[in-house]
Write a protein that binds this ligand. Structure first.
Ligand code: DCS
Length: 498
């Protein structure tokens, strides 16, 4: 069978005129993989950006506002001083010799860098590290996790990666053996999961979040979808939970998380807890509790429960997406499987060392009494309180529009409004050969310069239409962005009224 397939493929790249790679001869799993956050609408936005640079009066707006991606510093969010001081000094330790160094860098950043560099072999960020990351960074991350959860964390369970994305790829690579292996993923979801499952050739088993209950996660839905998948022969192996949610912004309650843990235990599933938005909580009365804490609170030890928890330097109040820091904590893995996970990490040699250091300071930030603490606390509070105001502002604006409903962004960085589109609009989209939500989003881009991502890129209940918009434009700009979206929406509704 396999030989036949290759023989057939050979024919298509057998001649000298055919390039070694064509769409017919590349890995079909790559073709099956989609990632809407940087999809066609964004490509169009980049083309419009070029037109605008060449001739600023060529379009009905004067700038492109990138609300398609959770990339805070691209929208001018400022980095946290302490984190940058540590990374800068670690990369150029000659600065530590300057006689007036304390005028430019805080005393605790200097102290932190000295401590880290002393524990790194050859004291340099320019050498490969242990494949899971330098032990000093893993120890600081583990100490941060322990402080957060109140339970021990073993640095050997930490795998530092270039952002959380490679952790997701690695864990799915480890898990998925073929088409009949299934991974339960929320719908709507962050498309890294669908993309990675497609690349590994597994099966995505969807479970729908309940929009009418604030994008709630219902255990009955998990049970229903698990049963359906198993009945069709799929070996369901893992459950992904994104909390706080992307693109949906919900923060799960503790009781709900307990139910999820018990469900995984009952059904023998690996729980993959994507907790990259753990510091982005805006909802009064809700707080972040890690799945690790819930698992331990329920009395499950490593020997009883297998859990992967993900975190990243890209999100939170730091938004250091370009630094590529992230980690996964893998709890309760069979030691022989851990060896394989280590082997996979070692094939990549190691993640970038400045990203490792950054992730370690994020998990072990200045404490009360440290010289940097007042500035750190102020920067943190300024960013988080502004995000909270922006989240409320945009939800209010969207809910004021005809045919639009939007749940609160309790956490994360996005809103995911539902737009009720007329038959006329749906027909116009079909005539243009695009999905109705893409049609709406590309019209929005063309008339306002605001870039959002169609809901179909994340998955949505068939027949419903959404888009995802970040809450990241600067607070002073937000009213204008909301006004532009509103003005466009009113015109669109009038133009396509049935
Ligand atoms: N998990 C979730 C839920 C995410 O939203 C993201 C990034 C990641 C993992 C991986 O990010 P890093 O590799 O940078 O750690 N979010 C993308 C998004 O939806 N907008 O921006 C990027």
């Amino acid at each position: 069978m396999a030989t036949e397939a290759f023989a057939a493929a050979d024919e298509s790249f057998g001649t000298m005129d055919t390039p070694p790679l064509t769409l017919k001869t590349i890995n079909p799993k790559v073709l099956a993989c989609e990632y809407a956050v940087r999809g066609p609408i964004v490509a169009r936005a980049q083309a419009l950006q070029q037109r605008l640079s060449a001739d600023p009066s060529s379009l009905p707006f004067d700038e492109i506002v990138y609300c398609n991606i959770g990339n805070p510093q691209a929208l001018y969010q400022q980095p946290i001083t302490f984190f940058r001081e540590v990374v800068a000094l670690a990369d150029h330790p000659a600065l530590l010799q300057l006689p007036e160094i304390e005028k430019f860098f805080s005393a605790d950043a200097i102290g932190r860098v000295k401590r880290i560099l002393q524990k790194i072999p050859a004291n340099t960020t320019g050498a490969y590290s242990h494949s899971q990351g330098h032990m000093v960074c893993r120890e600081d991350i583990a100490a941060g996790i322990q402080k957060r959860d109140g339970y021990p964390c073993n640095p050997d369970d930490i795998y530092i990666t270039n952002g959380a994305s490679p952790s997701v790829h690695n864990i799915l690579k480890l898990l998925i053996r073929g088409k009949m292996d299934g991974v339960m993923v929320p719908i709507p979801q962050y498309p890294l999961y669908s993309a990675s499952i497609a690349l590994q050739g597994g099966t995505l088993v969807p479970y729908y979040l309940d929009e009418s209950h604030g994008w709630g996660l219902e255990i009955s839905e998990l049970e229903k979808q698990l049963k359906a998948a198993r009945n069709s022969g799929i070996a369901v192996r893992a459950l992904v939970v994104i909390n706080p949610g992307n693109p949906t912004g919900q923060v799960l309650s503790e009781e709900n998380k307990e139910e999820v843990v018990k469900f995984c235990k009952r059904e023998n599933l690996l729980l993959i807890a994507d907790e990259v938005y753990q510091e982005n909580i805006y909802c009064e009365g809700k707080k972040f509790t890690s799945f690790k804490k819930i698992v331990r609170d329920l009395g499950f030890k490593d020997s009883d429960f297998t859990l992967v928890s993900l975190h990243s330097s890209s999100k939170g109040f730091y938004g250091e997406c370009g630094r590529r820091g992230g980690y996964m904590e893998a709890c309760g893995f069979d030691p022989l499987v851990k060896d394989q996970l280590y082997k996979m990490a070692s094939v990549d040699l190691c993640s970038n060392v400045p990203g490792q250091i950054l992730m370690s300071v994020i998990m072990n930030p200045p404490q009360k009494g440290d010289s940097s603490h007042p500035l750190f606390a102020k920067e943190r509070e300024t960013i988080l309180s502004s995000l909270k105001r922006r989240a409320k502002m945009i939800v209010r604006g969207l809910n004021g529009l005809e045919g639009v409903t939007c749940n609160d962004a309790e956490g994360a960085m996005y809103v995911f409004p539902q737009i009720r589109l007329s038959e006329k609009a749906k027909k116009a989209a079909a005539d243009a050969g695009v999905k109705a939500d893409s049609f709406y989003c590309s019209k929005l881009l063309d008339s306002t310069g605001v870039v959002v991502v169609p809901g179909s890129g994340f998955g949505q209940v068939p027949g419903t239409y959404h888009y995802r918009c970040t809450i990241l434009p600067g607070e002073e700009k937000m009213p204008a962005v909301i006004a532009k979206i509103g003005e466009f929406h009113r015109k669109f509704m009038d133009e396509y009224r049935d």
